[in-house]
Write a protein that binds this ligand. Structure first.
Ligand code: 5AD
Ligand code: SF4
Length: 443
């Protein structure tokens, strides 16, 4: 018996910001096909789980999430598994979880409408990485809050030995200059005032401008800076080896480029960096940080760290703590090493015991939390520009972001989407509280 065509849908994204972007584009695509967004997964005819494969915990979560979609009357909605787990596990997913109807990888989701049709009569699996770009097949950008993501580069050729990304997202590809500029304009027309350029190695972006000149991310940012209505530009995630001069200088010269750099280093021991195939050293990373700080002294530095990579000794770990102490982070993400199927590190000798990883992660996070708190405290009494993004919990309360990506709570109700001046009156480990200055209150 054919399943009925779904009329409503719900997309749930997990993992990184690129998944959030892909989720937004799937939403726009399904809406352009006449489906409407349901209030939640429980009300939807079609549920898309947009998954993450980066660590085991994230990947395994998919199966419990699928189980939770079963309703009280025993029925399930049409279920699509998208994202990186879909790419990595493919047809294995409906074998393990028979209620799954559709499996669609990160480079094939423009075909979602066809897959939904096919799923009415059987399982539909598409983990192709087609030569044609999904971006060209997707409908134009529409609904938009004050902040938006824009994928400019996707995939990775670096093959860090712990990482699934080169397998799930494919080879490194830069989107063309004009495609990025056009999408940025559409986002601004739809209400975006801040755009975060996304890529697994976003600073490796390369393209030709209208005049046929080769440009890097710095050149692209300078072009976006000229678009009327765009107040703020950010980018993430970068690789230390791709931090070129044009981008570093842009941090000095382009006022709309926010003083924030997410530059994962992963570990502070050259021996471990080599085993990770990071192709940079502690020293070359530190030189990049020094150059960026020279160009933009107030830049906030963020990073990613992995503890317990195979073979990591106490001495290696101490070197990571020393690197953190030297760099001083405004924020950072840190993870226990998770062996991933198909990656070289998963079969390395000397896998580290869970208890050792737990203990190291705690020490590392203790240090990073102190640094983040200190960074936040340093803004006390200062006047900052805050882009208001959303409502807070209490009536009149709004939440926005400082230039350094700190969350700022503002009590006196400025409109969402406005850029206001606030004086920071208190600071905590994870957020700041600000009061509108007179200039902003009068505006
Ligand atoms: N185990 C733990 N953390 C990982 N990351 C990537 N792969 C793994 C893994 N196998 C972390 C890295 C990367 C971030 C996105 O996730 O720190 O920068
Ligand atoms: Fe993974 Fe390395 Fe690529 Fe980052 S650069 S996505 S860590 S392989």
């Amino acid at each position: 018996m054919n399943k009925p065509a779904p009329r409503t849908f719900h997309v749930k994204s997990f993992g990184c910001q690129m998944n959030v972007y892909d989720g937004a584009r799937m939403t726009e695509l399904l809406e352009s096909e006449g489906l409407s967004a349901a209030a939640g997964a429980d009300e939807a005819d079609l549920v898309v789980l947009n998954t993450c494969h980066i660590r085991e915990k994230a990947a395994e979560k998919v199966y419990s999430d699928i189980g939770r979609l079963r309703r009280e009357d025993g029925t399930t909605p049409m279920i699509a598994v998208a994202g990186c787990v879909a790419q990595a596990e493919g047809a294995e997913i409906p074998r393990r979880a028979p209620s799954v109807d559709i499996v669609v990888g990160p480079q094939a989701y423009h075909r979602l409408p066809d897959l939904v049709r096919a799923a009415r009569t059987g399982k539909a699996v598409d983990t192709d990485m087609p030569a044609e770009s999904k971006f060209e097949a997707l409908p134009a950008r529409r609904r938009q809050g004050p902040t938006a993501f824009l994928t400019v580069q996707e995939g990775c050729d670096k093959f860090c030995t712990y990482c699934v990304v080169p397998y799930t997202r494919g080879a490194e590809v830069s989107r063309p200059w004009a495609a990025v500029v056009d999408e940025a304009k559409a986002l601004i027309d739809a209400g975006a005032r801040e755009i975060t350029l996304l890529g697994q190695n976003v600073n490796a972006w390369e393209g030709e401008d209208e005049a046929g000149r080769t440009q890097g991310l710095g050149g692209l940012i300078r072009a976006l800076d000229k678009l009327p209505g765009l107040e703020r530009i950010r980018y993430t995630t970068s690789h230390p080896n791709d931090m070129r001069d044009d981008l570093i200088i842009a941090h000095k010269e382009v006022a709309s480029l926010m003083p924030f750099l997410h530059l994962p280093v992963q570990a502070g021991s050259d021996r471990i960096l080599k085993a990770m195939n990071r192709s940079h050293s502690v020293d070359s990373y530190l030189r990049v940080i020094d150059r960026v700080r020279e160009a933009r002294p107030d830049i906030a530095v963020s990073g990613d760290f992995i503890v317990g990579f195979p073979g990591e000794t106490e001495e290696d770990f101490a070197a990571t703590l020393a690197l953190i102490a030297r760099v001083e982070h405004a924020q950072a993400f840190s993870f226990k090493y998770s062996p991933r199927p198909g990656t070289p590190a998963a079969v390395m000798d000397d896998q580290i015991a869970a208890a050792v990883m737990d203990e190291r992660l705690q020490r590392l996070q203790g240090l990073l939390n102190e640094q983040q708190h200190a960074f936040n405290r340093a803004t006390l009494g200062k006047t900052l520009k805050v882009l208001i993004e959303r409502n807070g919990k209490r009536p009149g309360q709004r939440i926005g972001k400082s230039p350094w990506l700190q969350s700022v709570i503002v009590e006196d109700g400025p409109d969402i989407g406005t850029l206001v001046e606030v004086e920071i009156v208190s600071s905590g480990p994870n957020s700041l509280v600000g009061a509108l200055t007179r200039v902003s209150a009068a505006a």
